[in-house]
Design a protein around this ligand. Structure first.
Ligand code: PBG
Length: 290
């Protein structure tokens, strides 16, 4: 991704200072885990002292709101957001929804205990918002909000992110691990807008406080419908592929990067976004200050 890089813990305070100086008020954190720590059941996700908990420790000194993903993909050998079972129909590998919920609960609790401000489930398992709400409440975290990736589409625009995570992107890269080849059994079919609205309705009923729609620009119809139907705060997530496409074309002088980015972010706002997650955030904030 042009001009975007993974950062080490030692650089985090500087990044946070810069964000605050630009009036950015929240950071979404995504850990890159060493290959040796990735496993089939993702237990690194709730290990005390893991990378994300150390990052949260550093960010305690800042006013920034921290959004932390609940999903197993940074931690699993195969890069899926859930736990793979091999006892599916016809003995085919599948993502075990209910087994995954238990792992997600451990991850969400670990994040809450480490001081995350907002828990953001991006795994797309069924029933996770209600399940996580119940477990967080029972452990004394009644006040921590759930920002649900309620409408997350099985998009081709996530590739640069998966590469940044070192997640295997093909069967060949999976070192012989049998796992479904894509995320289409849990992320939404991009041809289907009704399903996105059912997914959102379920999450609202289960207790979501904020809704996230992802990717952003190709799905603004969903943002608009969700805003009209549910009147909830909605965040657009302008994803890695959307960022990379603009940044690469701008490098080749196909258009003015600043103008195109402000046009896209404004379109998110026009459709109904209350906030936007974007790799362009620092630069957009600078452009807007001027
Ligand atoms: C998965 C996750 C993904 C992204 C964030 N969390 C992609 C995926 O489903 O593999 C993508 C974000 C981006 O492309 O910027 N939990």
């Amino acid at each position: 991704m042009p001009n975007v890089s993974r950062i080490a813990l030692g650089q985090l305070a500087k990044i946070a200072e810069k964000a605050e100086s630009l009036n950015i008020n929240a950071l979404a954190l995504f850990p890159v885990i060493e290959k040796q720590a990735k496993t089939l059941n993702a237990q690194e996700a709730w290990r005390k002292g893991n990378l994300i908990s150390r990052a949260l420790q550093i960010l305690k000194d800042f006013k920034l709101i921290t959004f932390c993903d609940v999903a197993l993909d940074p931690y699993t050998t195969h890069g899926h957001d859930g736990i793979v079972s091999n006892k599916g129909y016809n003995n085919k590998a599948f993502i075990d929804n209910d087994l995954t919920l238990k792992a997600l609960a451990k991850q969400a609790l670990a994040l809450a205990e480490s001081g995350a401000d907002v828990i953001a489930p991006s795994d797309m398992m069924d029933g996770r918002i209600g399940y996580l709400r119940q477990i967080l409440d029972a452990q004394g975290f009644q006040n921590i909000p759930l920002a649900s990736y309620a409408a997350k589409f099985a998009s081709n625009l996530y590739s640069p992110f998966r590469e940044a995570l070192n997640a295997p992107r093909s069967q060949k890269e999976r070192d012989g691990i049998t796992a479904p080849r894509d995320k289409k059994s849990y992320q939404i079919d991009y041809a289907n807008s009704d399903e996105a609205l059912w997914e959102i309705a379920l999450d609202v009923n289960e207790g979501a406080d904020i809704l996230i729609v992802k990717p952003a620009i190709p799905y603004l119809d969903i943002v608009l419908k969700a805003k009209q139907q549910f009147a909830m705060p909605i965040i657009c997530y302008h994803v890695s592929g959307e960022y990379s496409a603009i940044a690469t074309a701008a490098k080749e002088n196909y258009f003015d990067e600043k103008e195109v980015v402000l046009e896209q972010l404004t379109a998110c706002k026009r459709a109904g976004a209350s906030a936007i997650i974007s790799y362009y955030a620092p630069r957009a904030a600078q452009w807007l200050q001027k």
